[in-house]
Design a protein around this ligand. Structure first.
Ligand SMILES: O=P(O)(O)OC[C@H]1O[C@H](OP(=O)(O)OP(=O)(O)O)[C@H](O)[C@@H]1O
Ligand SMILES: Nc1nc2[nH]cnc2c(=O)[nH]1
Ligand SMILES: [Mg+2]
Length: 168
Protein backbone atom coordinates (compact mmCIF):
# COMPACT_ATOMS: atom_id res chain seq x y z
CA UNK A 1 0.00 0.00 0.00
CA UNK A 2 1.18 3.55 -0.57
CA UNK A 3 2.09 5.87 2.29
CA UNK A 4 -0.25 8.73 3.11
CA UNK A 5 -3.66 9.05 4.72
CA UNK A 6 -4.67 5.67 6.09
CA UNK A 7 -6.36 3.93 8.96
CA UNK A 8 -4.48 2.10 11.68
CA UNK A 9 -5.37 -1.41 12.86
CA UNK A 10 -3.28 -2.14 15.96
CA UNK A 11 -3.28 -5.78 17.06
CA UNK A 12 -2.35 -6.88 20.60
CA UNK A 13 -0.62 -10.19 21.42
CA UNK A 14 -3.87 -11.45 22.89
CA UNK A 15 -5.88 -10.52 19.80
CA UNK A 16 -3.26 -12.01 17.50
CA UNK A 17 -3.23 -15.29 19.41
CA UNK A 18 -7.03 -15.48 19.20
CA UNK A 19 -7.06 -14.68 15.46
CA UNK A 20 -4.26 -17.18 14.69
CA UNK A 21 -6.07 -19.85 16.71
CA UNK A 22 -9.28 -19.07 14.81
CA UNK A 23 -7.28 -19.63 11.61
CA UNK A 24 -6.16 -23.02 12.94
CA UNK A 25 -9.78 -23.95 13.78
CA UNK A 26 -10.87 -23.05 10.26
CA UNK A 27 -7.99 -24.96 8.65
CA UNK A 28 -8.74 -28.03 10.79
CA UNK A 29 -12.15 -28.18 9.13
CA UNK A 30 -10.73 -27.94 5.62
CA UNK A 31 -7.94 -30.49 5.31
CA UNK A 32 -4.70 -31.99 6.56
CA UNK A 33 -1.12 -31.10 5.63
CA UNK A 34 2.23 -32.78 6.20
CA UNK A 35 4.29 -29.59 6.41
CA UNK A 36 4.03 -25.85 6.85
CA UNK A 37 6.00 -23.44 4.70
CA UNK A 38 6.28 -20.29 6.79
CA UNK A 39 6.75 -17.01 4.92
CA UNK A 40 9.37 -15.30 7.05
CA UNK A 41 9.49 -13.20 8.93
CA UNK A 42 5.84 -12.20 9.40
CA UNK A 43 4.65 -15.79 9.17
CA UNK A 44 6.80 -16.98 12.08
CA UNK A 45 4.41 -16.21 14.95
CA UNK A 46 1.20 -17.48 13.24
CA UNK A 47 3.11 -20.58 12.10
CA UNK A 48 4.06 -21.41 15.70
CA UNK A 49 0.41 -21.15 16.75
CA UNK A 50 -1.06 -23.05 13.77
CA UNK A 51 1.63 -25.79 13.96
CA UNK A 52 0.88 -26.32 17.64
CA UNK A 53 -2.88 -26.52 17.10
CA UNK A 54 -2.72 -28.82 14.05
CA UNK A 55 0.15 -31.02 15.30
CA UNK A 56 2.39 -30.25 12.33
CA UNK A 57 6.12 -30.71 13.05
CA UNK A 58 7.72 -30.32 9.63
CA UNK A 59 8.28 -26.58 9.31
CA UNK A 60 10.11 -25.08 6.32
CA UNK A 61 10.64 -21.40 5.60
CA UNK A 62 10.62 -19.23 2.54
CA UNK A 63 12.17 -15.82 3.03
CA UNK A 64 10.51 -13.01 1.08
CA UNK A 65 11.08 -9.33 1.74
CA UNK A 66 9.65 -6.39 -0.15
CA UNK A 67 8.80 -3.68 2.40
CA UNK A 68 12.38 -2.52 2.78
CA UNK A 69 11.19 0.91 3.89
CA UNK A 70 8.31 1.38 6.29
CA UNK A 71 4.98 1.07 4.37
CA UNK A 72 6.66 1.27 0.95
CA UNK A 73 6.98 -1.84 -1.17
CA UNK A 74 10.14 -2.21 -3.25
CA UNK A 75 11.59 -5.04 -5.30
CA UNK A 76 10.67 -8.53 -4.20
CA UNK A 77 13.59 -10.68 -3.05
CA UNK A 78 13.39 -14.40 -2.32
CA UNK A 79 16.09 -14.44 0.35
CA UNK A 80 15.66 -18.11 1.20
CA UNK A 81 14.19 -20.70 -1.21
CA UNK A 82 12.00 -23.70 -0.25
CA UNK A 83 13.69 -27.11 0.12
CA UNK A 84 12.82 -29.55 -2.67
CA UNK A 85 12.26 -32.22 0.00
CA UNK A 86 9.19 -30.23 1.09
CA UNK A 87 7.98 -29.22 -2.39
CA UNK A 88 8.10 -32.88 -3.49
CA UNK A 89 6.18 -34.35 -0.51
CA UNK A 90 3.07 -36.33 -1.48
CA UNK A 91 3.26 -36.05 -5.28
CA UNK A 92 5.00 -32.69 -5.59
CA UNK A 93 4.13 -29.06 -6.40
CA UNK A 94 3.50 -28.41 -2.70
CA UNK A 95 0.35 -30.54 -2.51
CA UNK A 96 1.15 -31.60 1.08
CA UNK A 97 1.98 -28.07 2.16
CA UNK A 98 0.18 -25.38 4.14
CA UNK A 99 1.69 -21.92 3.54
CA UNK A 100 1.30 -19.49 6.46
CA UNK A 101 1.85 -15.73 6.49
CA UNK A 102 0.62 -12.97 8.78
CA UNK A 103 -1.18 -11.02 6.06
CA UNK A 104 -1.70 -10.49 2.37
CA UNK A 105 -1.73 -6.88 1.15
CA UNK A 106 -1.08 -6.30 -2.58
CA UNK A 107 -0.70 -10.08 -3.09
CA UNK A 108 2.78 -9.77 -4.61
CA UNK A 109 4.46 -11.89 -1.93
CA UNK A 110 1.73 -14.53 -2.14
CA UNK A 111 2.04 -14.67 -5.94
CA UNK A 112 5.78 -15.40 -5.75
CA UNK A 113 5.32 -18.11 -3.11
CA UNK A 114 2.43 -19.68 -5.04
CA UNK A 115 4.66 -19.99 -8.10
CA UNK A 116 7.04 -22.13 -6.02
CA UNK A 117 4.21 -24.22 -4.47
CA UNK A 118 1.25 -24.12 -6.91
CA UNK A 119 -0.76 -26.89 -5.18
CA UNK A 120 -0.29 -25.67 -1.61
CA UNK A 121 -3.02 -24.18 0.60
CA UNK A 122 -2.27 -20.51 1.38
CA UNK A 123 -3.44 -19.22 4.77
CA UNK A 124 -3.07 -15.79 6.36
CA UNK A 125 -4.52 -14.23 9.48
CA UNK A 126 -5.41 -10.92 7.81
CA UNK A 127 -6.19 -10.00 4.19
CA UNK A 128 -6.68 -6.78 2.25
CA UNK A 129 -8.93 -6.75 -0.85
CA UNK A 130 -6.13 -6.68 -3.46
CA UNK A 131 -4.47 -9.77 -2.03
CA UNK A 132 -7.59 -11.66 -1.04
CA UNK A 133 -7.90 -13.68 -4.31
CA UNK A 134 -4.38 -15.04 -3.69
CA UNK A 135 -5.22 -16.71 -0.35
CA UNK A 136 -7.33 -19.81 0.27
CA UNK A 137 -8.14 -19.12 3.93
CA UNK A 138 -7.92 -16.02 6.13
CA UNK A 139 -9.69 -14.73 9.25
CA UNK A 140 -10.17 -10.96 9.13
CA UNK A 141 -10.38 -8.60 6.15
CA UNK A 142 -9.22 -4.99 6.54
CA UNK A 143 -9.57 -2.23 3.96
CA UNK A 144 -6.76 -1.53 1.48
CA UNK A 145 -5.99 1.84 3.11
CA UNK A 146 -5.43 0.26 6.53
CA UNK A 147 -1.98 -0.44 7.97
CA UNK A 148 -1.88 -3.37 10.39
CA UNK A 149 0.39 -2.84 13.41
CA UNK A 150 1.61 -6.14 14.86
CA UNK A 151 2.47 -6.56 18.54
CA UNK A 152 6.11 -7.44 17.73
CA UNK A 153 6.51 -4.05 15.95
CA UNK A 154 4.87 -1.88 18.61
CA UNK A 155 5.05 -0.96 22.29
CA UNK A 156 3.07 0.92 24.90
CA UNK A 157 3.18 4.68 24.38
CA UNK A 158 1.51 7.74 25.87
CA UNK A 159 -1.65 8.76 23.98
CA UNK A 160 -2.54 12.49 24.08
CA UNK A 161 -6.15 13.10 25.21
CA UNK A 162 -8.61 13.44 22.31
CA UNK A 163 -9.38 17.06 23.31
CA UNK A 164 -5.68 17.99 22.81
CA UNK A 165 -5.23 16.23 19.50
CA UNK A 166 -7.90 18.06 17.51
CA UNK A 167 -10.24 15.06 17.51
CA UNK A 168 -13.88 14.84 18.61
O1 LIG B 1 0.85 -8.76 -0.14
P1 LIG B 1 2.11 -7.93 -0.11
O2 LIG B 1 1.88 -6.52 -0.53
O3 LIG B 1 3.24 -8.56 -0.87
O4 LIG B 1 2.56 -7.78 1.42
C1 LIG B 1 2.47 -8.84 2.36
C2 LIG B 1 3.82 -9.17 2.93
O5 LIG B 1 4.44 -8.00 3.52
C3 LIG B 1 4.95 -8.33 4.81
O6 LIG B 1 6.25 -8.89 4.70
P2 LIG B 1 7.56 -7.98 4.49
O7 LIG B 1 7.92 -8.00 3.03
O8 LIG B 1 7.36 -6.66 5.12
O9 LIG B 1 8.71 -8.78 5.26
P3 LIG B 1 8.70 -9.39 6.75
O10 LIG B 1 7.70 -10.50 6.76
O11 LIG B 1 10.10 -9.90 6.92
O12 LIG B 1 8.35 -8.30 7.72
C4 LIG B 1 3.97 -9.38 5.30
O13 LIG B 1 4.58 -10.19 6.32
C5 LIG B 1 3.68 -10.19 4.05
O14 LIG B 1 4.62 -11.24 3.88
N1 LIG C 1 2.97 -4.60 9.57
C1 LIG C 1 2.48 -4.59 8.31
N2 LIG C 1 3.23 -5.04 7.29
C2 LIG C 1 2.68 -5.01 6.07
N3 LIG C 1 3.19 -5.39 4.87
C3 LIG C 1 2.26 -5.13 3.93
N4 LIG C 1 1.15 -4.59 4.46
C4 LIG C 1 1.39 -4.50 5.80
C5 LIG C 1 0.61 -4.02 6.89
O1 LIG C 1 -0.54 -3.56 6.78
N5 LIG C 1 1.21 -4.08 8.13
MG1 LIG D 1 6.33 -11.05 5.24
Amino acid sequence: MSPGAEKAFPVSWDQFHRDARALAWRLAGIGTWQAIVCVTRGGLVPTAIVARELGIRIIETVGVASYHDYKTQGSLDVIKPVSHKVIDLNGGDGSAVLIVDDLVDTGKTARVVREILPKAHFATVYAKPMGRPLVDTFITEVSQDTWIYFPWDTGLAFQPPIAQSGGG
